[in-house]
Design a binder for this molecule. Structure first.
Ligand SMILES: *Cc1c(COP(=O)(O)O)cnc(C)c1O
Length: 356
């Protein structure tokens, strides 16, 4: 049931920002993709139109109950001028998992990838080319019934916007300081932790704000029940190298199944390294540190790819990991995954999709 995408090109293209001033999520391209959902027509009226504000009735359900989901992926320009997406099939598959949890009708995965490709193609001149930069792709779906009753909306909008994004590490990769959060929790099993939905982010802001006032960059989330087990770091998945073995929390419903997480696991296994997905307590990490076997710690996500952690503070007890340097495995993972994304390393696993 693939639809035609109607295209309306803007008559007033915007001035493109300087590639040194990009940052993250500050600038948006000339066009956006929109399609609507109604029970009668299903997903319909797919269109690419000039980027601009939406007009919503103040009673629109998303504004009141947060019934919405999103995704995030990047388009990269290779040295030879090709445009690559990284594992977009995983993003659209995850979008439907999130949709199901939020009672939002599913989307046609193939058509979504087409829509992303078409939009990226139209705004391809916005893809920055400086090292480390990319075009961030943000698909999202919002509930649009003008109604204040608490029930799933009948109508929705699926929108894709694009934002040129600066290098995550303009000054080179530097490990960050992490506050282990013992008061607030992000998600619990049975809740929405495994879905990419706005509410999880709203729930995380307070802890992040408090950690920042204490001089920390991000929080390490513990499980919501016993506050013993490690879950995620900020909005990234988390890995530890202990005595040569790489550990990451198993997905139990409260953790977001990251695509970078999955890629890291597959790359490590292809190198013959031992990777274990299981529950990991914060205490065992501190014990490993005391025994001298906590070798590396890093977060993974689309934005940073690999983000090493240099310091943890758990209830006032501070530990420094790998002398506050990026570890060998972390660096090799960063180089390998970004190398595949940029078409510099052979893509043996078939992860990149060319936009042409
Ligand atoms: C998006 C996200 C991640 C990382 O997922 P990627 O697919 O690797 O970008 C991790 N945790 C949370 C809570 C997220 O929202």
């Amino acid at each position: 049931m693939s639809q035609q995408i109607k295209i309306e090109i803007t008559k007033q293209p915007k001035q493109k920002p300087d590639s040194n001033s990009l940052g993250f999520g500050k600038y948006f391209t000339d066009h956006m993709f929109i399609m609507d959902y109604s029970p009668e027509k299903g997903w319909h009226d797919a269109r690419i139109i000039p980027y601009g504000p939406l007009s919503l009735d103040p009673s629109t359900m998303i504004l009141h109950y947060g019934q919405a989901i999103f995704e995030g992926l990047k388009a990269y320009k290779t040295a030879d001028g090709r445009i690559l997406l990284f594992r977009p099939d995983k993003n659209v598959a995850r979008m439907n998992v999130s949709n199901d949890r939020l009672c939002i009708p599913s989307v046609d995965p193939e058509f979504c990838i087409e829509a992303i490709k078409e939009l990226v193609k139209i705004d391809k001149d916005w893809i920055p080319e400086a090292p480390g930069t990319s075009l961030y792709v943000r698909p999202f779906i919002i509930a649009t019934d003008p109604h204040l009753g608490v029930h799933p909306s009948k109508t929705y909008k699926f929108i894709i916007i694009l934002s040129p994004s600066g290098a995550y590490y303009p000054g080179g990769i530097k490990p960050v300081k992490i506050y282990v959060e013992s008061e607030y929790v992000r998600a619990v099993k049975g809740g929405m932790g495994f879905a990419k939905t706005m509410g999880n982010y709203a729930a995380s802001l307070k802890a992040q704000a408090v950690a920042e006032t204490k001089g920390y960059v991000q929080v390490l989330w513990l499980d919501g029940v016993e506050k013993k087990y490690i879950e995620e770091v900020g909005s990234m998945n988390v890995f530890f190298k202990v005595n040569g073995e790489v550990l990451t929390p198993s997905l139990q419903g409260s953790i977001l199944p990251g695509i970078t997480r999955d890629s890291v696991i597959q790359v490590l296994k292809s190198w013959g390294m031992k990777v274990t997905e299981r529950r990991i307590t914060i205490k065992e990490l501190y014990d490993a540190h005391a025994a001298g076997t906590l070798e590396e710690a890093f977060g993974t996500g689309t934005a940073a790819v690999i983000s090493p952690m240099g310091e943890l503070n758990w209830a006032g007890k501070k530990i420094i990991i790998n002398n506050n340097n990026i570890g060998e495995t972390s660096q090799k993972l960063y180089d390998t995954i970004t190398g595949i994304q940029l078409g510099k390393i052979e893509d043996k696993l078939g992860w990149t999709v060319e936009v042409k």
